[in-house]
Design a binder for this molecule. Structure first.
Ligand code: NI
Length: 499
């Protein structure tokens, strides 16, 4: 297994990038009708969380295997098919390439306990009016350097077409834009004039500039993946063009992108409508997760569903209700943000909500600050939905070290029955695995992002019910007083009622 020695960057903008030029803070806040502003960090890339897009789906595919760690996620924006297709192809290709490199076939067993991790996550740069911008961040630990690459995808809802990064710049300003980039980059350590000239040539510029976006202060940021405009050890490069200098360079689309990034409306012109306002929540102590069950007296099993909410989570909730079964949902913050209604339904039905990180990285590869960010952002997303943070946590891949233990600050729940549902996508096989392996006190690992797993649940509940099982949350399984913050539970021999 890898250790936490190679700290890499999921939060890209801070450390490895070259110093940026000061811009002006965003004046005021977006219009009252618009979404809440993000905290003002004038030098950081402006992002939004467009929960107002009706029908927005977050598509996730994760391995949840420490020996084969990959997790990818991208938004499917209804009505923006070209954008969704581009994001899907990019993420699916990354997974396909990784899996083919592992054993030469797509459904191969993972080869070793030291497989490199792949993670693809997203942020919206804009998603209102007539513009959508999505940033995809890929961390590929098989790659050189820190393995991080970033790509932006801009989309024009007027033409319903994808827009290249270069198209944010007016044709007439192309030369001036190149000159600004060349001037900034030519003095960087590891920069080679010939490489730079070739990389910035108009025919290559679109693929060379990995990210073109706006800071919260309105400056224009161009980012370059490592090895494209300087030697790999120099890392990723970033050029910040101050707002006053950048605005004259922008094309019509560029100006619209800037406006929707900095002063977004509250709807996207693709037939979407503002999402209903979430009900007022409070910060009182969490309600007990389901009725009291004494698992010393009855035969208990805790079904757990990770990585969601997903497209079939609502269907799963209906199934669980039909069987009067309780379960635990270890949610990913990136998905929870856009599925607050489902999180509320999970909690209202007596299920337990657990924290499964923001975007499913192997937390051992991150710095303590980054681990806190992964957990804290997900706590806030769940609190926004149900009024209190999760009381249990499951680190992605079950991967734990001392930094993870310290940051978790609550019980870490692993599992004792691994269905490998993410690998087989076979409902009958998943159901049979659970029925064959489950013993009293077990914690069963499933994923509600996979339709085949959700479809296996009726057979699982029917079969286990016939065996006399009661379906409980993990806190009910252990009895919350027995759980210690920072301690891991599950893992074959520590489940309740077993030695
Ligand atoms: Ni997971």
């Amino acid at each position: 297994m890898k250790t936490g020695s190679s700290v890499t960057l999921l939060m890209l903008t801070a450390t490895l990038l070259s110093a940026c030029t000061t811009g002006q803070p965003v004046p005021g806040t977006p219009a009252a009708a618009g979404p809440p502003p993000t905290p003002s960090h004038p030098h950081e890339i402006r992002t939004v969380a467009p929960t107002w897009i009706r029908g927005l789906r977050i598509v996730s595919d994760n391995s949840d295997s420490a020996s084969c760690p990959w997790a990818v996620s991208y938004p499917a924006v209804p009505g923006a098919d070209a954008l969704t297709t581009a994001l899907r192809e990019k993420t699916e290709n990354r997974v396909k390439t990784l899996r083919e490199s592992q054993n030469g076939v797509q459904d191969a067993e993972c080869p070793t306990d030291d497989a490199p991790e792949l993670n693809v996550s997203f942020r919206f740069l804009a998603a209102a009016g007539d513009v959508v911008g999505v940033e995809l961040t890929t961390v590929d630990r098989t790659a050189a350097g820190d393995g991080t690459s970033v790509a932006t995808y801009w989309y024009d809802t007027r033409t319903r077409k994808s827009v290249s990064t270069s198209a944010l710049i007016a044709d007439a300003a192309s030369g001036e834009f190149d000159a600004a980039l060349t001037k900034a980059l030519s003095s960087r350590e590891g920069a080679d004039p010939d490489t730079l000239k070739a990389a910035l040539a108009p025919e290559y510029r679109t693929s060379t500039i990995s990210n073109l976006a706006f800071t919260e202060g309105g400056d224009l940021v161009a980012e370059f993946d490592q090895g494209t405009v300087a030697v790999v050890p120099a890392g990723r490069q970033k050029v910040v063009i101050p707002k006053v200098q950048a605005e004259p360079l922008l094309s019509d689309f560029g100006r619209r992108a800037e406006q929707q990034a900095l002063q977004p409306g509250n709807r996207l012109d693709l037939g979407g409508a503002p999402a209903p306002a979430p009900p007022t929540t409070n910060t009182a102590a969490p309600p007990p997760a389901g009725p009291a069950v004494d698992c010393l007296q009855v035969k208990c099993v805790a079904l757990t569903f990770d990585d969601g909410p997903g497209p079939d989570t609502a269907k799963l909730l209906d199934t669980l209700a039909r069987f009067d079964a309780h379960a635990t949902f270890f949610v990913v913050g990136q998905n929870a943000t856009y599925n607050a209604d489902l999180i509320r339904k999970e909690a209202a039905a007596g299920h337990e909500i657990g924290n499964h990180s923001w975007n499913h990285p192997d937390l051992r590869q991150l710095s303590p600050d980054q681990i806190h960010d992964q957990i804290g952002r997900t706590d806030r997303a769940v609190t926004d939905a149900v009024g209190h943070p999760p009381t249990v946590i499951r680190p992605p891949y079950g991967a734990i070290n001392d930094d993870v233990r310290a940051a978790a600050d609550r019980p870490m729940i692993l599992w004792s029955v691994d269905t490998l549902d993410w690998k087989f996508h076979d409902s009958a096989k998943v159901a049979q695995t659970v029925l064959d392996k489950t013993k009293p006190g077990d914690i069963v690992l499933l994923h509600d992002i996979h339709p085949t797993s959700v479809d296996a649940v009726p057979d699982i509940l029917t079969g286990l019910k016939e065996q006399g099982y009661t379906f409980v949350t993990v806190s009910q399984l252990f009895g919350s007083s027995h759980l210690t913050p920072g301690k891991a539970y599950g893992d074959n021999d520590k489940a309740f009622g077993r030695s």
